[in-house]
Design a protein around this ligand. Structure first.
Ligand SMILES: [Zn+2]
Length: 390
């Protein structure tokens, strides 16, 4: 297989939809995003391989599937983005920051607008249920993993893949695409297939797409020639299905000279105070023990590294019980915690109360801290009914 970076193929906005296939039952509908970051082509190549195989083998579908290109301009230039990260500009309008929504974002805003209009049309015309998949790769070498917003339906769908699952990323990133999608109640999984230039990242992304098509009941596995080989890809990873939460993010400031110490792999254990990186020549020690996550080995990007903590099975179980029994209603009885009058899924919390209640309580009930607005913290519930796009 040729190395990923040697592909100089140019993409056109006219062909933003790489492929669409419609099945006999017209549902469920799978929407695959590839190349939201322009330097991450493995997901695009994997999508093209799946599309060719569907066409060549005339594979029978029950549901529908659509493959959508992300940052086409950046893909053609081989960069992560032109002016602004396309995976950081999907804030719900409710929280839109007027400064960020203005100058400098022209190139990526155009991409966002085109993607949004395609997604809107699919949500309008296809019956659902909808499953969104967003394919990425990492600058560090890594086993494949999944990122989700912590809703029970996301957890359930991710359990079909024997890889680590990371949640809570939305508390650290501003405006990722899948968080936006999740707010309308759809299942949405981010899949990181491995390192950018590693040919096995294409193999992993392709196997992930086929498995997702089968587990969403879009295609019966008997209709996919060689499906066992895709299952084998995951079995051979020797990964476990286990959950991690993000506990720390190192944010790189503009004009900061950041360099990661070489050789870190995703999920590698690190001890508190061990030397991880350098900022303008000064050492950056790990603020806590845990697992290193997404250490940055490329120039573009504002996340230096994250530190993860493994989540216990007890916590996972307790959170399912708490959410099923709707214990979250009790949170509103606490002084300083108020329901947003305009949105059932948002709690507006006095920061002093939040400090004393601590974040994990909100996490347990399925709320994630989204934003600080008008001196108040806004927590958004991840489990929700499907609602239509604005
Ligand atoms: Zn990415």
């Amino acid at each position: 297989m040729p190395a990923v970076k040697k592909n100089k193929k140019q993409y056109s906005p006219k062909n933003r939809i790489l492929g669409s296939f419609y099945g006999t039952n017209n549902g469920p509908t799978i929407i695959v995003f590839a190349g939201i970051h322009g330097n991450e082509k493995a997901g695009v190549h994997a999508s093209e391989k799946v599309i060719s195989k569907i066409a060549e083998s005339n594979i029978k579908f029950k549901g529908n599937v659509h493959f959508i290109l992300g940052n086409i301009n950046a893909l053609n230039k081989g960069v992560r983005f032109e002016k602004f990260d396309l995976n950081r500009i999907w804030r719900n309008e409710h929280f839109e920051d007027p400064i960020r929504s203005d100058v400098g974002l022209k190139a990526e805003k155009k991409e966002k607008k085109e993607i949004l209009s395609i997604v809107k049309a699919i949500l309008l015309n296809d019956p659902g249920p909808f499953f969104f998949l967003d394919l990425h790769t990492t600058s560090a070498s890594s086993v494949p993993f999944i990122t989700i917003s912590d809703s029970l339906n996301n957890r359930k769908f991710s359990s079909n893949f024997p890889v680590p699952v990371v949640f809570g990323i939305e508390e650290f990133l501003d405006g990722p695409l899948l968080t936006f999608i999740n707010e309308y109640g759809h299942i949405a999984l981010g899949f990181e297939g491995g390192a950018h230039e590693d040919p096995s990242s294409v193999v992993n992304c392709e196997a992930f797409i086929w498995k997702a098509l089968v587990h969403s009941k879009c295609i019966e596995k008997g209709n996919i020639p060689g499906y066992a080989a895709y299952q084998k890809v995951f079995e051979n990873l020797c990964c476990k299905y286990q959950f991690f939460a993000i506990k720390y993010r190192y944010e790189i400031k503009p004009d900061e000279n950041f360099s990661m110490r070489p050789g870190f792999e995703n999920f590698e254990p690190v001890k508190k105070d061990s030397l991880l990186a350098f900022s303008n020549g000064m050492p950056i020690p790990s603020p806590r023990s845990g697992r290193i996550f997404m250490p940055l080995y490329q120039k573009q990007g504002e996340d230096g590294f994250f530190v993860l903590k493994k989540i216990s099975k007890f916590w996972l179980w307790l959170s399912i019980i708490a959410r099923r029994l709707k214990f979250n209603h009790f949170l509103r009885l606490i002084p300083g915690v108020n329901q947003d009058p305009e949105n059932n899924y948002i709690l507006i919390v006095n920061p002093k109360v939040a400090r004393y209640l601590t974040l994990p309580i909100f996490h347990l009930f399925g709320y994630r801290q989204q934003i600080f607005k008008d001196d108040k913290l806004h927590f958004i519930k991840r489990d929700r009914k499907v609602t239509s796009f604005p």
